[in-house]
Design a protein around this ligand. Structure first.
Ligand code: UD1
Length: 420
């Protein structure tokens, strides 16, 4: 088993290039299933979730060719419309193939993704939206079986859902008429998906707003290239790395407009930033203030940055309150942070984070973002920490160890077998 060894209290310096957004690449890869031809995606991140989605598309018959940070997908000859449990169970976002497969082939079967570390995460809203478009849906033997020729409809989400909005957009592409999606999620990754579909010839009104109008088509264009946006969560994580070590670092290949809520909270904590068009630098501070955080849908503070800010708040000069509003079980990192000396008390969806002297420990990653909080805490802690189960990190952070090493962090990737 691989683990990360990190010796803390090192000042970082230099710059690091942010990769393409995992959460934009996943729905766009699923969207490639709609297209009877080749398309190329550039700036894709080389992380395991992306390989899982490519494995899923290949299993359905798509030809996928990765060349460095680009991938060419040819979905001309799809041979199966069944997304198997063996692949879907590796990654919940596999559910995003439901909309495109149903829209193009009028039938499909996708394994139910099941629970995950950060909560129950149901897909009822995805299914309700597809049913609105005329799909007949059955749940049988662990699979969602969907069928029917889809027709445009008015969909109003009861609750804002990123994946649900993406599945509804994708399903609406071949549905005859204009589908209206109200209370849609407005994340930059959804805008990237809409831009991809526009390149394929779909007319979409209201891009980036709560109300989307998708004009159904009979055919889509192929042979175009779409660039993936920078990963705002990876970017935010490196900003926290600069902040927690009180260092001056620069992150490049970013879109600061996607990071406004994160930048605001860093400023509130007293971390000043130099924000340019596509790069951001952290500056040194005298002391960290405190701040309160409530996670919410975009453009609010992202739940995917909650764990990293919790690590940072441990270094603040007074108590911080973190209110997790999106996922009921997203405090798995707390127990591990406590092993490093963190003084955090939990009360349902509230975490009260008290100033703490962090010290190195052996800890275990529990989910993707929880793992990055442990890395951040280890960068600030006195001594050498060991973080195991790092496959969680590899799902979403490209070359995390190399990138942090390039900033001067004392971090190395080790194998337990070599220690014996
Ligand atoms: C996406 C992101 C994830 C991020 C989350 C919230 C991807 C691949 N993942 O996940 O990193 O943390 O957005 O920003 O883009 N819900 C239901 N029923 C549904 C669907 C969702 O009740 O059918 C609930 C969820 O349990 C959660 C909330 O709605 O409480 C938001 O979830 P959602 O926006 O759907 O998250 P994901 O798309 O799964």
């Amino acid at each position: 088993m691989k683990y990360l060894q990190i010796t803390g209290e090192q000042e970082l310096k230099g710059s690091v290039k942010i990769s393409g957004a995992k959460n934009a690449t996943l729905p766009i890869l699923a969207a490639c299933l709609l297209i009877k031809g080749k398309v190329t995606l550039t700036n894709i991140p080389l992380v395991s979730d992306i390989y899982t989605m490519i494995e899923l598309l290949s299993n359905l018959g798509a030809k996928c060719l990765i060349d460095e940070h680009s991938v060419c997908i040819d979905s001309s000859n799809i041979t199966s419309t069944k997304a198997l449990y063996e692949i879907v169970s590796k990654m919940r976002a596999s559910i995003l193939v439901l909309g495109p497969l149903l829209s193009r082939f009028n039938e499909c079967e996708v394994s139910l993704p099941g629970g995950c570390a950060i909560g129950q995460r149901p897909i009822d809203l995805h299914l309700k939206a597809l049913a609105k478009l005329g799909a007949k849906i059955e749940l049988k033997e662990g699979y969602v079986k969907a069928s029917g020729k889809l027709k445009a409809a008015n969909i109003t989400f009861d609750k804002i859902t990123v994946g649900g909005t993406e599945n509804a957009i994708l399903a609406a592409v071949y549905a005859e008429g204009v589908t209206i999606i109200n209370n849609a999620a407005m994340e930059p990754e959804i805008i990237n998906l809409c831009e991809f579909l526009e390149l394929a010839g779909v007319k979409i009104e209201g891009i980036g707003s709560k109300c989307l109008k998708i004009h159904g088509v009979k055919e889509l264009k192929s042979d175009f290239t779409c660039k993936i946006i920078p990963d705002r969560i990876e970017a935010g994580t490196y900003l926290c790395a600069g902040a927690i070590t009180n260092s001056e670092i620069t992150i490049t290949n970013v879109n600061p407009n996607h990071l406004l809520a994160v930048i605001d909270k860093l400023n509130e904590l007293g971390v000043m930033l130099d924000v340019q068009e596509d790069k951001i630098s952290t500056k040194k501070y005298k002391k960290l203030n405190s701040c309160n955080i409530q996670t919410s849908e975009y453009p609010g503070f992202p739940t995917d940055m909650q764990a990293q800010f919790m690590a940072l708040c441990l270094c603040a000069s007074s108590d911080c309150i973190i209110d997790e509003r999106l996922f009921e079980n997203r405090f798995m990192h707390v127990a591990e942070l406590q092993r490093m000396g963190a003084n955090i008390s939990l009360n349902n969806h509230l975490a009260i984070v008290k100033p703490s002297k962090l010290s190195a420990a052996q800890v275990m990653a529990t989910d993707l973002r929880a793992s990055s909080a442990l890395v951040l805490a280890a960068l600030a802690a006195k001594g050498t920490s060991k973080i195991s189960r790092i496959y969680h990190l590899q799902r979403g952070y490209e070359d995390l160890c190399l990138k942090l090493q390039s900033l001067g962090a004392k971090i190395s990737l080790k194998d337990e077998n070599d220690d014996k």
